[in-house]
Design a protein around this ligand. Structure first.
Ligand SMILES: C[C@@H](C(=O)O)C(=O)SCCNC(=O)CCNC(=O)[C@H](O)C(C)(C)COP(=O)(O)OP(=O)(O)OC[C@H]1O[C@@H](n2cnc3c(N)ncnc32)[C@H](O)[C@@H]1OP(=O)(O)O
Length: 253
């Protein structure tokens, strides 16, 4: 199975479990996350929803390039991009805090998953970045829209997106992208982070989450995501993108 979904204390944890592929997202992971989000949305006693990756190397390396490299045209790429963008939008709209437990590198679509969360806890060795630019595409799962809708500094957000590089944990914490860093086991960091929330009545937490969602919706988040997906699909079919992906997949051959 490419993923796990477990209840842990008062929360639920979705784990991408493909460490040999650095937790790249394939169709099975998408469907698993979609089902987990649906289940969490209907669970009135849930207090948080966390996403993480199996193994120490990566949180998530983005879309599975070997699987999605088959998609050549904008028309072929769009349904995949739309599907994951919709899953991440629904995840972001969960009525409880959504936490990215970034145990290792989060790049490309992996960085977008983290961005759709309310909080990002980053291991000190993890590096994160919207590296899609190096593949001649933009983010296509809604990551730029989530980032711009809630970033404190538009300039920092825009610079991260356009530079398309990976950032060490220290830099992510300093810029405010990461909520906090950790050096111990991810589970310990998660418990430490949720402990103060668990002392507050769940209805209060849910009310504040609803307030944050109202702010993002007022920014036009859903419409922004639709435009982002279309733009990524348009760039996807260009030769520059397919060449860059081919180079990555053939790098060790
Ligand atoms: C859909 C789109 C979007 O945003 O909307 C995207 O996500 S574009 C996808 C953006 N993602 C990427 O460009 C992938 C970037 N991946 C990386 O930069 C790296 O793999 C790191 C994540 C930094 C990990 O580096 P590290 O040296 O630890 O591992 P590695 O590069 O040797 O990778 C280990 C194995 O995982 C595979 N692997 C890694 N990332 C993959 C991916 N995204 N899709 C498919 N396979 C992948 C490698 O080919 C290799 O397979 P073998 O063992 O068989 O050789």
């Amino acid at each position: 199975m490419a993923f796990g979904f477990n209840y842990r204390g008062t929360g639920a944890v979705f784990t991408i479990d493909r460490p040999e592929k650095r937790n790249a997202v394939n169709g099975e992971v998408m469907d698993g996350l979609s089902a987990a989000v649906e289940e969490a949305a209907g669970n009135n006693s849930l207090r948080y929803f966390a996403v993480t990756g199996a193994g120490g190397a990566a949180f998530c390396s983005g879309g599975d390039l070997s699987e999605f490299h088959r998609l050549k045209t904008a028309e072929e790429a769009a349904p995949m991009l739309e599907k994951m963008a919709d899953i991440l939008l629904r995840m972001s709209r969960l009525p409880v805090p959504v936490i990215a437990l970034i145990n290792g590198h989060a790049v490309g679509g992996g960085c977008e998953i983290a961005t759709a969360c309310d909080y990002r806890l980053v291991h000190e060795t993890a590096r994160c970045g919207y590296i899609q630019g190096t593949l001649a595409i933009t983010t296509g799962w809604g990551g730029a829209s989530h980032l711009l809708a809630k970033a404190g500094s538009e300039a920092i957000a825009l610079r991260m997106l356009t530079e398309s590089r990976v950032h060490p944990a220290g830099e992510l914490i300093k810029s405010g992208w990461a909520t906090e860093g950790f050096a111990d086991e991810p589970d310990v960091a998660l418990d430490r982070f949720v402990a103060p929330l668990e002392r507050i009545h769940p209805s209060v937490i849910r009310a504040y989450k609803a307030a944050a969602l109202r702010k993002r919706e007022a920014a036009g988040l859903e419409e922004m995501i639709r435009a982002e997906v279309a733009e990524c699909a348009r760039l996807w079919e260009a030769e520059a993108h397919h060449e860059a992906v081919g180079l990555f997949l053939n790098k060790k051959k």
